[in-house]
Design a protein around this ligand. Structure first.
Ligand SMILES: C=CC1=C(C)c2cc3[nH]c(cc4nc(cc5[nH]c(cc1n2)c(C)c5CCC(=O)O)C(CCC(=O)O)=C4C)c(C)c3C=C
Ligand SMILES: [Fe+2]
Ligand SMILES: [Fe+2]
Length: 348
């Protein structure tokens, strides 16, 4: 059997123009694992309201971060792909869950190279219904319909893998060297609380509305295999431990909420505001839910977040880049791929 790798990230519009942004958001937000309400309600909400109001503002935000080469998320994912390809012998393809670089095209590219055994790597350290699950479900549908001869194995979420924690901690330490920040905020993309309850396989463990001191997240449970909140909090705890951060000098928050339902809290914008109001003058922020820098890190955090902090009296606001094509991260993924390529059942 010939092996190959498919990296899958979220995706971006083809351009930062409102028409392309609208098309992209339409596909993204009509995904039943992203806006998980009945089809009629999703259609009303997305096509009736969001797509008539949001694309203009989103396009303006995309324009602020767009590069000559294209969307930062796509360009940085391509750099990661190229970095890995230089390290390993099996072909590495890249696809996006939404937009033009489809999973079908990615699988086709591998099949055209004779591949019949695919290692599928969702580029998300933590599991979420709106990210990992939607990729795996769609990839399986495409496999069944178009490539029934191939076998797909997926890389499990690697949020608590000690090597990953080391690579992330090294990156944080390197970027914050010499900066005497008073607080390090770990900001993760949010999800509606409802998503956490839906993914709870025990149906009773997760209490997504517990904010600071989430007891369920600290109590061992099989639910944690699919609990985005637990997995985010674990990344913060493990990096804090590795970097020997003092309690009280680092915390977790959740960004990018959409709509009126409660999302995971505390919210990042309000946390930045609170830190500024409490007299913190120098803060740093890291965004470990994203492997590649994107709209949510470059605009919402590095631009809007900094503005909020300054408005509240803060002075220094340092953002730690995502792992992107960090050499240690490229080596780590390449090692996992090599392990998979040389043995059968490998998880991170
Ligand atoms: C990292 C994991 C992500 C989760 C979980 C996630 C959930 C989620 N997102 C929305 C709505 C939007 N997200 C948008 C952008 C965006 N989201 C992620 C990642 C996660 N989303 C990334 C990497 C990006 C940036 C893409 C890029 O091109 O750079 C947007 C579009 C921008 C905007 O208009 O604000 C929306 C909308 C929902 C509803 C959701 C639900 C769980
Ligand atoms: Fe998102
Ligand atoms: Fe929990």
């Amino acid at each position: 059997m010939k092996k190959g790798v498919l990296l899958v990230n979220l995706g971006s519009p083809d351009s930062p123009n409102p028409k392309d942004v609208k098309k992209y958001l339409g596909e993204f937000l009509m995904d039943e694992r992203v806006i998980d309400v009945p089809l009629w309600a999703r259609t009303l909400l997305v096509k009736g309201i969001i797509l008539n109001t949001r694309p203009k503002a989103s396009a303006a935000a995309y324009k602020k971060i767009w590069w000559d080469e294209g969307s930062p998320l796509i360009v940085l994912s391509e750099r990661l792909q190229n970095g890995i390809q230089k390290e390993i012998n099996v072909p590495v393809a890249l696809a996006m869950r939404y937009g033009s670089m489809t999973i079908k095209k990615g699988l086709q590219e591998l099949v055209d190279k004779g591949v019949d055994e695919v290692f599928l790597i969702p580029l998300y350290p933590q599991f979420a219904m709106a990210t990992t699950e939607t990729i795996l479900v769609l990839a399986e549908e495409i496999r069944k319909a178009n490539f029934p001869q191939i076998k797909i194995t997926d890389l499990k979420p690697f949020y608590n893998n000690p090597q990953y924690i080391e690579v992330l901690s090294n990156s944080v330490a390197r970027h914050l060297k010499g900066k005497d920040y008073e607080h390090l905020l770990f900001s993760y993309h949010g999800v509606p609380e409802r998503h956490i309850r839906k993914s709870d396989i025990t149906k009773s463990h997760c209490k997504p509305s517990d904010k600071e001191n989430c007891v369920c997240c600290k109590t061992p449970s099989p639910a944690h295999e699919f609990c985005y909140k637990h997995q985010c909090k674990e990344v913060t705890r493990l990096v804090g431990e590795k970097l020997k951060l003092e309690p009280g000098t680092f915390s977790t928050s959740f960004q990018s909420r959409l709509g009126f339902d409660p999302w995971l809290q505390p919210y990042t914008d309000r946390t930045i505001e609170r830190l500024g109001k409490e007299g913190i003058k120098k803060m740093a922020i890291v965004t470990p839910a994203f492997v590649s820098d994107c709209l949510e890190t470059l605009e919402e955090i590095a631009m809007e977040g900094e503005e909020i902090f300054h408005e509240m009296g803060g002075k220094d606001f340092t953002t730690v880049p995502c792992l992107n094509d960090d050499k240690e991260f490229v080596d780590l993924l390449s090692n996992w791929i090599n392990d998979w390529a040389t043995s059968e059942n490998v998880t991170a």
